[in-house]
Write a protein of this length. Structure first.
Length: 278
């Protein structure tokens, strides 16, 4: 049996003590191995995570700066930060960010190992559409071949399922080699896919799928201690995705969905990085 009064004295459960059920308390206090919580929306996963953070800090003496919390949206990250601050009574809430924001931080710190500059671009749908417009004009494609919305979905599916090793081409293949692969393609799908990879590499651009894939590859090549990751991310102001102006060339085809919510702010897109043809 768990002593609720003792846990409250130690600051583990705070005002939300009655709301934690036995399974949540088990997830909060487990210290060995991985803890995986599977539950539906609104069942208290964020609540349990916030209390787990407080338990690690208040009970086990772990420094907040050595704890990394990642979530999907800025709103969820803000809510997690607010709950943790209330439970610990400390403004130091460790490192809390979106998955993509965290990946940006890591790549800004260690992207040089992949031959990418700190000023790499984070591409959104408008940027991708501008790239597609260049590709369509160069190779004589029209929206009858594939709309931009369908092309974006196709690129995502090819990256995640059909050609998951695509990043090796982006990293290892010279720009001219990638361009040749694009120009030699005859099928519309291959033209669009390799044309997009070529345009990405040309302007050091990464979409939201690339951010995660590149960081996973980087970790495989250069394993890092969690404390090192948190510290590297902290240096970059919480891993905020660099803001940018849209490319001059805009395309049609409808607005599409974003993989996850990015964080905006920071450095603008350099004016000299255009989607050049050829």
């Amino acid at each position: 049996m768990i002593d609720m009064q003792a846990e409250n004295r130690h600051g583990l459960l705070g005002d939300d003590a009655p709301r934690l059920n036995a399974a949540q308390r088990e997830a909060v206090t487990a210290t060995e191995g991985y803890v995986r919580v599977i539950a539906g929306a609104g069942t208290g996963k964020t609540l349990a995570l916030a209390h787990r953070f407080a338990y690690l800090v208040n009970e086990l003496g772990i420094m907040p700066g050595n704890v990394l919390c990642a979530t999907f949206t800025n709103k969820a990250a803000g809510e997690m930060r607010r709950r943790i601050r209330r439970l610990t009574g400390d403004n130091d809430t460790g490192y809390i960010n979106t998955f993509h924001g965290f990946c940006v931080s890591v790549l800004q710190e260690d992207g040089h190992a992949l031959q990418y500059p700190k000023s790499f671009l984070v591409l959104d749908n408008a940027d991708i559409d501008a790239m597609l417009q260049v590709i369509y004009e160069e190779r004589g494609l029209t929206l009858r071949d594939m709309t931009f919305s369908k092309a974006r979905d196709m690129i995502e599916i090819m990256k995640l399922k059909e050609r998951p090793g695509y990043y090796r081409d982006m990293l290892a293949m010279p720009l001219e080699g990638l361009r040749r692969k694009y120009l030699d393609a005859t099928d519309a799908r291959d033209i669009i896919f390799y044309g997009y990879l070529y345009q990405e590499k040309k302007c050091f651009g990464l979409d939201y799928n690339d951010l995660i894939v590149f960081v996973l590859y980087l970790f495989e090549q250069k394993p890092r201690h969690p404390a090192q990751m948190a510290e590297a991310a902290r240096v970059h102001h919480g891993g905020r995705v660099p803001g940018h102006r849209r490319p001059a060339a805009r395309a049609h085809g409808g607005a599409g969905r974003l993989p996850q919510e990015p964080v905006r702010g920071g450095r603008p897109r350099p004016d000299h990085l255009h989607l050049a043809r050829g």
